[in-house]
Each structure stands twice: as structure tokens, then as C-alpha cells.
Design a protein around this ligand. Structure first.
Ligand code: AMP
Length: 249
């Protein structure tokens, strides 16, 4: 069983995002980029399924600029067997990524796609769902547990106030939630080994996909700055302020 894991190169989660002066988007010049954290969880899950003898091959896919190769090498250091870069300079929206992944699924015939539940840059939470719809496959989003047996996936999902367990026939799309697993650190020997693993590059045109954006971003703004707090002398003063100034009690 092949597993396909889409991994996105995003602004590192520790970096404070700055908005471009013209409000057209987030400034990415000289900003540290890393693999989307939910995708690290997806690669880890796929690696564990391979180690358990359930998967035979784990393929990491990244769509974007040439630098996404680094993200693919990280995926291979965690445990992916090979990488595919779908190279383009066009800023990709979830529908375009879903179409590219669909084309790769047609080519590679994986039984399972494990993606992140959302990319921390656009927070779209759309790509996996769109891929499942395009491929006509069942899907389980926000997985906190995945088990594969007898041509079926049993996926436990985190829902409001509890857990839901779904049984899905393969092939299927699963998206990862935070508590699915704790990804391993890529060790130096594995980083060195990952450099020798195969990495193919294709273009959207070779996959027959038009990736032109369908949505236009009107404006991006920074959140309003929070004003400084004040110290109150005692509880009476706090209550008076909440009542007379903030008018919340
Ligand atoms: P999103 O729908 O943008 O929130 O992304 C959800 C998931 O889709 C991510 O966690 C990735 O697994 C996958 N994905 C989105 N964009 C890309 C991309 N450019 N390359 C590879 N995978 C992606």
C-alpha cells in the first residue's frame, strides 16, 4: 500500500508574520520557512504505518517554488521514501493544490492520502476535502487515531465534546489533528540519508492542471494593537472600573 503525504512549505510557526506595506499579503522576505506542523504529523503517521509493515512506500509531495525541495528532504528525513516537487512560481490556492494532488493520485495510485488538517499560513482547511471530492473518495478530517486493516481505515476524529469513529473504504483521504502523534526529530544520519533519496520534479502543465488563482485577495491587515493594561489597587477599584468604564458588569 502506497501512502501519499502532501507537505506544504509555510512561514515558520515561531515567526511573527509582517504584512507588506501595500497590504497585498504577508512579507516573506528573509523569513524562516518550515514544513507545516500538521504535515509533520502526517509524515510521522505514514512512517509509522510503513514501520508497522502496513504501508510499502511513503511518497511526500510539495507544490510550490523550488525551495520546497527542503521541505521534501525534511519529510524524507522523517521517513518518506521519495519526494515529488510540483514546481511553480504561481501562488497556489487550495483548489489548485487539490487538482495537482488528484493528478498525482491518478498516476501513483496510493491507497491513502494523509494531509494536514490546515496550513498555518492560509488556515484554509480545504485541500484534503477538495481532493476527496475530486477523486470521489471517502474522507476523515481531524484524525486523532488511524488504524488500517482489511482494506479499511478506522479513523477516530476529534469533534466538539467527544470523539467520533469512522470506518472508511480505501482509497481514502485523512487529515491530521494535533493529537494524532508526536513527530520524531529528523536525526543527522537520517538527514544525510534523505539527501540520497529520489526527488522528482514535475510542472502543473505536465500534470495537465491549470493552477491560475480563482480567488482575489482584496486586503491583508495586521490585527489591531492591544493597548497597555493598568494595575488596579484593589478589588473594589477593579469592580468599579468594570462597571463604570468597561461597562461589562
Ligand atoms: P489548507 O487547505 O491550505 O489549509 O491545507 C491543508 C493541507 O493540504 C496541508 O496541511 C497540506 O497537507 C496540504 N497542502 C496545502 N497546500 C499544499 C502545497 N502547496 N503543497 C503540498 N501540500 C499542500
Amino acid at each position: 500500500m502506497k501512502i501519499l503525504v502532501p507537505v506544504k512549505r509555510v512561514i515558520d510557526y515561531n515567526v511573527k508574520a509582517r504584512v507588506k506595506a501595500d497590504g497585498s499579503g504577508v512579507d516573506l522576505t528573509n523569513v524562516k520557512m518550515s514544513m507545516n506542523p500538521f504535515d509533520e504529523i502526517a509524515v510521522e503517521e505514514a512512517a509509522r504505518l510503513k514501520e508497522a509493515g502496513i504501508a510499502t512506500e511513503v511518497i511526500a509531495v510539495s507544490c510550490g517554488v523550488a525551495a520546497c525541495q527542503e521541505t521534501l528532504r525534511t519529510a524524507m528525513a522523517i521517513g518518506a521514501d521519495r519526494g515529488i516537487l510540483v514546481e511553480t512560481e504561481v501562488e497556489l490556492q487550495p483548489l489548485a493544490v487539490a487538482k495537482l494532488l488528484k493528478a498525482l493520485c491518478d498516476k501513483e495510485q496510493p491507497q491513502l492520502v494523509i494531509c494536514g488538517k490546515q496550513a498555518i499560513d492560509d488556515d484554509a482547511n480545504q485541500t484534503g476535502q477538495m481532493l476527496a471530492a475530486l477523486a470521489g473518495w471517502p474522507q476523515a478530517t481531524f484524525a486523532s487515531k488511524v488504524a488500517i486493516a482489511d482494506g479499511k481505515a478506522t479513523v477516530t476524529r476529534e469533534i466538539d465534546g467527544g470523539l467520533e469513529t469512522l470506518a472508511l473504504t480505501l482509497p481514502t483521504v485523512v487529515s491530521t489533528d494535533l493529537r494524532l502523534n508526536e513527530p520524531r526529530y529528523a536525526t543527522l544520519p537520517n538527514i544525510m540519508k534523505a539527501k540520497k533519496k529520489p526527488l522528482d520534479t514535475v510542472t502543473p502543465a505536465e500534470l495537465g492542471v491549470d493552477v491560475a488563482p480563482r480567488l482575489t485577495t482584496l486586503k491583508v491587515v495586521e490585527p489591531a494593537k492591544r493597548s497597555a493594561g493598568i494595575m488596579v489597587a484593589d478589588v473594589q477599584q477593579l469592580v468599579a472600573k468594570l462597571k463604570n468604564e468597561a461597562k461589562v458588569i
